[in-house]
Every structure is written in structure tokens, then in C-alpha cells.
Design a protein around this ligand. Structure first.
Ligand code: SAM
Length: 276
């Protein structure tokens, strides 16, 4: 008998993928978690029936989310990741030799533990001596932050359930306070074509808080609509311009050209977020 996993992208639009094997299923303290092996997407992590990350395209998302702020910052040493319990963003952050410490704060220990057991493509950063994992609500952690960071990455679930808090203006205010001078943040901010009102609202909050706010986009086949946006808030450096040599980092998708191109928005998306 064929087994299929189906996610409702938006009302009236669904993605279905054939499942070869149910690797793991559990109800964590916060979410329904499942790991499947699929025919076309390889191993996938699902939370509350929403695909979080897939073997076939996770590099597109993680490289866009992480390397854009990391390469626009002249010397990122202290990095904070909020969410990202699968470990993909941590793995990418740790590729940068400038990084002295990468702190990952996820609300759900179940996601981190599932990654350590079942997601070998994602979890390599957890054993790096520069990595520190804290189980806490990102909203509270950043509001009470005692340390300061050069780069903060928000790798959250969608703005429903526990992830909702990570799209609030008060959260961006706390992030701004937790950044060192010249610091910057990048957050995943949903699909600008399928969800223009949501993207405009989130971008508006970042823009209200940060002196520099810019939206960039990239392909993401397994997220709703296949096209994704990210928002940078910066205290100084232009997020659109890579300023460092990547050294010996081997990228699968990112390049300085992709970085600059990601900030080139079509007129409709640009008007939606920047107005005019
Ligand atoms: N790339 C994914 C996407 O866009 O669908 C997100 C992947 S990552 C698995 C998202 C993580 O955010 C989850 O592990 C979840 O537990 C975490 N998360 C959700 N709300 C949170 C909160 N308030 N504080 C910290 N982590 C949170």
C-alpha cells in the first residue's frame, strides 16, 4: 500500500510526497514531530504537519538564511541562532572560521534530540566545541540576553504555534538590543507571492526597529509556493553586499553573485514591502 504525506500549503493548495518509511514519530512537549524517508525528497522533518526541512533542498534555505548575514558582517565571532533545532543553520554558521561561539536556542528539546538521532545531514555542528545548545523560548532568551552577538539568525517555524512569538515587534526590539554595534540579524519571513500581506507586516516590524532593513528571496521547492523570503535588520553594514573572503568554505548554492542577486526584487514584491 502506498503511503503519502500531504501538507496544506495554503487553503486550496497542497503538496504530497510519497513516503518510503516512517523513521520516527513522537509528540514532543510542543509539537507533533515526524521523520520520514521519502521517494523524491530524501529524509524529511515534519512538525505539526508542516515540512521543516528536506534532504534534497535544505541547503538552499540554510545557505541563504545564514551566509547572507555572515558574509555581510566584517568579523562575525559571536552568533546566536533562534530556533533551528534541526541543526542545519548551526552547521552553516560553524563553517565560518571567524566564529568563536555559536549559541542555538530552540524551545523544543525533542527537535534537537531527533536531529542528533535521525538527521545526520543536518546535525554535524552539535559536536563542534564552539557550539552551545540552550533549550528555551527564544522570545524570553533574547529579552534577557546578557551577552551580545555579531549576528543573530531566526530560523523559526511559521508564525503560528510556538513560532508566532518570533515574528513580534518586541522580539525584534530585543534582538536589536542584543546585537553588538554593527551587528545584524536575518530571519526567514515566508512566501512573498502567496502571502504578501503577512510578508509586508513582518517586514514592516523589522523596518520600524532597525536603521537598515532589507528583504531578499531565494528558491525553496518544498516550502509553500517554492519561493521564499528572508529579512535582514542591520545596525550598520549593508546586508546586500558580501564583504569577506569565504576562504575554503564549500558552498552548494551560495556565491557572492547569488548574494547580491537575492536582493533584486521584482517590482510587485518590492512595492509590497518598500512601498512607492
Ligand atoms: N526552516 C524551517 C521552516 O522555515 O519551516 C524551520 C526549521 S527549525 C526546525 C524551526 C524550529 O523553531 C523548531 O525546532 C521549533 O522548535 C523552533 N521554535 C519555534 N518556536 C520557537 C520559540 N518561540 N523559541 C525557540 N524556538 C522555537
Amino acid at each position: 500500500m502506498e503511503l503519502w504525506f500531504t501538507e496544506e500549503w495554503v487553503p486550496g493548495l497542497k503538496l504530497s510526497v510519497q513516503v518510503k518509511n516512517v523513521v520516527h514519530k513522537e509528540k514532543t512537549k510542543f509539537q507533533e514531530l515526524a521523520v520520514y524517508d521519502t521517494e523524491t525528497l530524501g529524509r524529511i522533518l515534519v512538525l505539526d504537519d508542516v515540512i521543516q526541512t528536506t534532504e534534497i533542498d535544505e541547503h538552499l534555505y540554510h545557505e541563504c538564511l545564514v551566509h547572507v548575514p555572515m558574509m555581510s558582517h566584517p568579523n562575525p565571532e559571536e552568533v546566536l541562532i533562534i530556533g533551528g533545532g534541526d541543526g542545519g543553520s548551526l552547521r552553516e554558521v560553524l563553517k565560518h572560521k571567524t566564529v568563536k561561539r555559536a549559541t542555538l536556542v530552540d524551545i523544543d528539546e525533542g527537535v534537537v534530540e531527533a536531529s542528533k538521532k535521525f538527521l545526520p545531514q543536518w546535525n554535524t555542528g552539535f559536536s563542534d566545541p564552539r557550539a552551545r545548545v540552550i533549550i528555551a523560548n527564544g522570545l524570553d532568551f533574547v529579552a534577557q540576553a546578557k551577552e551580545e552577538y555579531d549576528v543573530i539568525i531566526v530560523d523559526s517555524t511559521d508564525p503560528i504555534g510556538p513560532g508566532e512569538a518570533l515574528f513580534r515587534e518586541e522580539f525584534y526590539e530585543s534582538i536589536k538590543k542584543a546585537l553588538r554595534p554593527g551587528g545584524m540579524m536575518a530571519a526567514q519571513t515566508e512566501n512573498p507571492v502567496l502571502m504578501p500581506d503577512l510578508v509586508r507586516t513582518i517586514f514592516g516590524r523589522v523596518k520600524k526597529v532597525f536603521p537598515v532593513a532589507k528583504l531578499y528571496t531565494g528558491p525553496m521547492p518544498t516550502y509553500p509556493g517554492g519561493f521564499w523570503s528572508y529579512t535582514c535588520g542591520s545596525l550598520g553594514p549593508d546586508p546586500g553586499e558580501p564583504v569577506r573572503d569565504a576562504g575554503d568554505i564549500s558552498f552548494r548554492y551560495y556565491s557572492p553573485e547569488i548574494h547580491r542577486r537575492a536582493f533584486v526584487l521584482g517590482p510587485e514584491v518590492a512595492k509590497n514591502v518598500y512601498g512607492g
